[in-house]
Every structure is written in C-alpha cells, then in structure tokens.
Design a protein around this ligand. Sequence first.
Ligand code: PGA
Length: 255
Amino acid sequence: MTRKDLIAGNWKMHANHLEAIQMVQKLHYRLDPEDFERVDVVIAPPFTALRSVQTVIEADQMQFGLGAQNVHWEDKGAFTGEVSPSMLLKLQVGYVIVGHSERRQMFGETDETVNKKVKAVLGASMVPIMCIGETLEQREAGETADFVAGQVINGLAGLDRDQVAGMVLAYEPIWAIGTGRTASADDAAETIGHIRTTVADKYGDAAESTRILYGGSVNPGNIAGLMAKRDIDGALVGGASLDPDTFASVVRYWM
Ligand code: PGA
C-alpha cells in the first residue's frame, strides 16, 4: 500500500484575505508541477480568506488542496459564529483540521466533539485531518502511548473501515507546537507507529491507507529526517508555513 505524502500548512490566525492571496501566489511560483506528483500540498488559511484563496487556486489552476481549520458538526441552524461542513464544501474545501490541540486547550473541544466533527466532515465528502497529541507532563509520566491511543479510538468511534482509510491523522505532541522543540524523528515515528497499530487493531487493513502526519515545529531543517520514516506520511506545519520560501523548502523536503 502506498500512501501519498501530504504536507499541510496551518496558517492559524494569520493573514487577512489580501495577504493570503499573495502568500498562495508566491508559494505556487516556488513549486513545480512535479512536486505535486509526489506530495499533496494543502493550505489552511483562516475562514475569512477561504473564498479569496479558492478563487486564486481555481483561476490559476493551482494544484493546492484547500483546507479549513475548524468546522461545526451541524449543517445549519442557530449556532452563532459557527461555520458548517456544507458551507466549506461549497468553497471547494477538501480538508478540514479537526481537534487541533489549540482548540482542545483553549476552546473546550473534547474527544466527543472532535468525533462529531470528523463524522460531519466525512459526511460532506471532505477529508478530516484529526489532530492528537500528548502534553509534556503526559510524556514525562510515560503516558503518551495510552493517551494518544485513547484519542484515536474516541475520535474515530462509529466510523467504518473505508472512512478510516480515507482519513488523515496528525500526531502533534503539544510540547512541540510553536516551541521550536521537535520530537526526534525516532520518537515521532515510534508514536506514529503505535497510532497505526491502534487503528489496525480496530479497523484492520484500513490502517495501511490512513495517512498519519507529524506536526510540531517542522521546518526545512528537520523535515527530511521525519519523512525518511516509513510510518510518517507528511507534516502539519504551522509557523514554517507562513513564509512561502520556507514552506516551499518543507514541501520539497528531498532537495
Ligand atoms: P508549528 O505548529 O509548526 O508552528 O509548531 C504546528 C501546528 O500547530 O499544527
């Protein structure tokens, strides 16, 4: 089973729609069509920039996948401030980041709401990028494997094998996000291998198709070592995705 590499830029709360257009155009300019044969490249700007970025992608026939950073699980209704899966789909959003640790820690998301969102995203024919990862305290207490396995089982609850096969998981140890402190490639691969085994125990062969990314201070200097690991299928990149030159170097990790 070959899994195509996926490198996603999570812009978080950065870039207004005009800045976003420039960033996408610069990134496009720095990549070759062949790069996209090797790697799926996804850009996840803030909601306010999705429409502009979509228009540029379409007009210039760029090969980027468009991602959103969050979603609500209901399709419509009295949910002030929320955005639904069908609204994103209409903007040609293909991927939705679900359960990022910043949302879990600052906005009260739980495994249960993450699971609802994953189901809603799949129901709208988009691909969830479901984030999981332990705190520093949990790592130091030796609880990483059990904790992350629990997040995986709960987050995927109720899905069938085909749905799991088409999912993307992102292992992002919280202590490595935005800190400049990356998990070593060996540590990342060990936990990601464990995640794949957890998926396989419940969903069998589907686990061979599920793409599992690493995230947390990924940059042009550490990406190649991470990608050399068989179980690591790509990266979810925050800070280093904001500069088109830097992000292009991450995408072209083999050069
Ligand atoms: P970082 O963020 O690359 O800035 O550490 C990664 C993420 O939060 O997805």
